[in-house]
Design a protein around this ligand. Structure first.
Ligand SMILES: C[S@@+](CC[C@H](N)C(=O)[O-])C[C@H]1O[C@@H](n2cnc3c(N)ncnc32)[C@H](O)[C@@H]1O
Length: 437
């Protein structure tokens, strides 16, 4: 059949070049999108003109390459990195320099890879920090530029503010009666200064809701560490409010550290419920002290704890489970939004956990092949939220099913340490071994 001129000029689907790309938005530095397209330029324009997207949030390619069959390569990536994909949107993958390097290495070693077009080295990649419009001015925050520069210079990974809205969103989920007549202890630099900027959002939340929750006492400590997040001076102090009575105490030599003898005494002898966002760098010690105290708690910690040997025994022995929400956004000392994968953890009863819906508990033979495989030790690995309902032997899952409440659905952890699978001799991502009870 003879084609007319217009038809002949039109590139057919099979002739058009095919690309795989990794793209990232400037305000979402802990994730990236991996997809396929015939037109890289047009696809980037589409990302940047999505409705509802903030003007400040700019998408750029981190990696692009030409391939022979983009659908096949994209599917292979999905399968290989299924535990790094978001459950709600399978195009979204966790991003850090290590995962990015793995994605690129995998794509480039695929038999259908043709050539690399664009690559941004994650090590030299400039950190894009865009101050959102809602950031209060220095004047509004009662700070000078010098204050901010000094804070920024000293800040490290521990120095993040929790946002009030995240605290409110989580704590409003619990039955109000849990707070009645209770002593709440906020013990990781939950300063109480003279205004909102000098006060931790935890302290602020409990001060604002003191009466509504029927609290007996609120105790908050300020940590005298190297970074003064809340501009509260170098001395540790204890803020205590009981009814209308407010006392600020600076005992001699008190550091405000959660493991200072005075803090431990409050924890063990006075506190009923502990609520805070502890420093990520000291998380293992913090969990140990907290869980050994036997006190109730609602705290923020890293999502990855569920596949970390230091924490697995707590999940295994039912000493802790996740709360209702994830916490992805924090503020750095410059009050810029920064992203980190956090979750609420608690030992207070949870009801109607939304995330149960993400567990797809079905017979093994109904789980799609691409979400089940066996490792070199013949251990079954399942992904994509799938859980076999009829499999009697131990099998390995990523952190997500644990975070989503699998242990409340008739499954138990059977190994106290993380499980590292190997497939054809290649080490895969750490998991947890579970089994139907
Ligand atoms: C993630 S920030 C959270 C601050 C505040 N609790 C909030 O939620 O906004 C962790 C804080 O713990 C402080 N910190 C570090 N080591 C500490 C320790 N041993 N005891 C108490 N706080 C500590 C850090 O300086 C930092 O201010």
């Amino acid at each position: 059949m003879v084609k007319n001129a217009a038809e002949a000029a039109k590139p057919t689907e099979s002739k058009a070049k095919q690309y795989i790309y990794i793209v990232q938005a400037s305000l979402e530095q802990s994730r990236c999108k991996i997809g396929k397209t015939n037109d890289l330029e047009r696809r980037l324009k589409e990302y940047n003109s999505m409705t509802g997207k903030s003007k400040n949030n700019v998408y750029t390619y981190l990696f692009t390459c030409e391939v022979k069959d983009m659908a096949r390569v994209e599917n292979a990536v999905k399968e290989e990195f299924s535990i790094f994909r978001e459950e709600s949107n399978t195009e979204i993958y966790l991003y850090n320099s290590k995962t990015f390097t793995k994605y690129v290495k995998f794509i480039k070693s695929h038999e259908l890879f043709i050539k690399e077009m664009h690559y941004i080295n994650p090590i030299t990649k400039p950190a894009v920090k865009i101050v959102p419009k809602t950031t209060p001015s220095l004047k509004e925050r009662g700070l000078t530029r010098k204050d901010v520069m000094q804070r920024a210079k000293r800040a490290d990974d521990d120095e993040f503010y929790t946002r009030y809205e995240d605290i409110e969103k989580e704590l409003s989920m619990y039955d109000k009666r849990i707070w009645k007549n209770k002593v709440v202890f906020c013990n990781c630099d939950d300063a109480v200064g003279k205004n909102e900027n000098e006060t931790s959002a935890f302290a602020w939340y409990f001060l604002e809701n003191f009466k509504t929750l029927g609290l007996k006492t609120l105790i908050c400590t300020h940590y005298s560490g190297p970074v003064d997040l809340f501009n509260q001076g170098v001395k540790g102090y204890i803020f205590r409010k009981t009814g209308f009575k407010v006392v600020r105490d600076e005992p001699d030599g008190y550091t405000g550290s959660f493991d200072d003898p005075i803090s431990l005494k409050i924890l063990n002898e006075e506190a009923d419920i502990v609520c805070t966002n502890p420093p990520f760098s000291k998380m293992i010690d913090y969990w140990k002290i907290l869980i050994e105290s036997g006190k109730k708690f609602i705290i923020i910690s890293a999502e990855s704890n569920a596949v970390n040997t230091a924490y697995i025994p707590y999940f295994m022995n039912n000493k802790v489970w996740t709360g209702y929400n994830s916490v992805y956004w924090y503020e750095n000392p410059k009050r810029q939004l920064v992203r980190a994968a956090g979750r609420w953890y608690t030992n207070i009863k949870i009801k109607d956990r939304e995330t149960y819906k993400r567990l797809k508990i079905i017979p093994l033979k109904e789980i799609p092949d691409k979400y089940k495989r066996y490792d070199d030790s013949k251990i079954l690995l399942v992904d994509g939220g799938y859980i076999p309902s009829d499999y009697k032997k131990p099998f390995a899952v990523s952190s997500n099913p644990i975070l989503n409440g699998l242990l409340e659905k008739g499954y138990k952890i059977v190994k106290e340490k993380k499980y590292v699978p190997y497939i054809a001799g290649d080490e895969k991502f750490a998991r947890v071994l579970v089994q139907k009870s």
